[in-house]
Design a protein around this ligand. Structure first.
Ligand SMILES: Nc1ncnc2c1ncn2[C@@H]1O[C@H](COP(=O)(O)OP(=O)(O)OP(=O)(O)O)[C@@H](O)[C@H]1O
Ligand SMILES: [Mg+2]
Length: 266
């Protein structure tokens, strides 16, 4: 098999807030192969988003190591870090919320192309073509480029967010509660889209969710978090069928359809 694509070892993060120490990550380790999805599940405050943000280098851990594609990811600084950033993308729950509501979807997709210098060398006429291509990949018509971000539905906005993440041809996408705000039916179509994109591009996902029912659909392996620690990890069907940790059992029990009648091939 060779070395995993992502290896995290002994990650630790303590927040100091209002005179209190909160250990958000406590000796967290995991591996991730290319094209694989690791589901990160746990209750509110268990450290999922902190781990996501550490992976993205949005916050620095107090201890631990991350290697990505054989490279010491936490040692990258300055220009080298900027050059590699496009290789990892993130999709949040409301990823376009920060946008000026009048900004167009085309503009939102143009940013990563410019920032990462992807369409710089190509002539300017190339950019609308790349944007149309990205929209098509996520099942939206090219005409969406002219629409304003706030005019489209939540599901469509999440498709745009995925297109935006794909713009830099990432090898890893970290999704933090990316489908949690969507209706169940829309959620299903977005999960299908993510699975299709993964199959064609071999992208690895770290898929964060508090909901094991959602993670079950998309994750090859699951890591259960509790109070900053990964308390259980394994292939998703096995963990769901026979959780070994107290938190694993609690999460399985919280999804009634998972708790009985697991004869649906899942
Ligand atoms: N910037 C911060 N300053 C202080 N404490 C923080 C900060 N960010 C997170 N924490 C604390 O760290 C712990 C883990 O938070 P985190 O956001 O990673 O949890 P989570 O699993 O993503 O929860 P949720 O499911 O609610 O999103 C919590 O106790 C949280 O209050
Ligand atoms: Mg969170």
């Amino acid at each position: 098999m060779g070395e995993p694509f992502v290896t995290a070892r002994g990650l630790r993060k303590v927040f100091h807030s209002r005179g209190r120490d909160v250990t958000a990550l406590d000796d967290v380790s995991f591996t991730l192969a290319r094209g694989e999805t690791l589901g990160l599940v746990g209750p509110s405050g268990s450290g999922k988003s902190t781990l996501a943000r550490v992976l993205m280098r949005l916050i620095e851990p107090d201890a631990g190591a991350i290697s990505i594609d054989g490279e010491d990811w936490l040692a990258l600084r300055g220009r080298a870090l900027r050059q590699r950033r496009g290789a990892i993308q993130m999709v949040f729950q409301e990823p376009l919320a920060a946008f000026n509501p009048r900004a167009t979807i085309g503009g939102a997709l143009d940013d990563p192309l410019r920032i990462h210098g992807i369409a710089d060398r190509a002539d300017r006429a190339e950019r609308p073509r790349r944007i149309a291509e990205l929209l098509e990949r996520v099942g939206l018509p090219a005409g969406f480029a002219q629409r304003a971000v706030h005019e489209v539905s939540g599901g469509q906005r999440q498709r745009v967010a995925i297109a935006r993440a794909l713009a830099t041809r990432p090898a890893l996408i970290v999704l933090d509660e990316a489908v949690s705000a969507l209706d169940v039916s829309v959620r299903g179509t977005i999960l299908e889209l993510l699975a299709d994109v993964q199959k064609s591009d071999g992208i690895a996902y770290v898929f964060v969710s508090h909901d094991l029912a959602v993670v079950r659909v998309i994750a090859h392996r699951v890591a259960i978090m509790d109070a900053g620690r990964i308390v259980e990890t394994g292939p998703t069907p096995g963990v769901i069928a026979d959780p070994q940790s107290a938190m694993g059992r609690a999460l399985v029990a919280a999804v009634p359809r998972l708790d009985f009648g697991r004869d649906d091939g899942a």
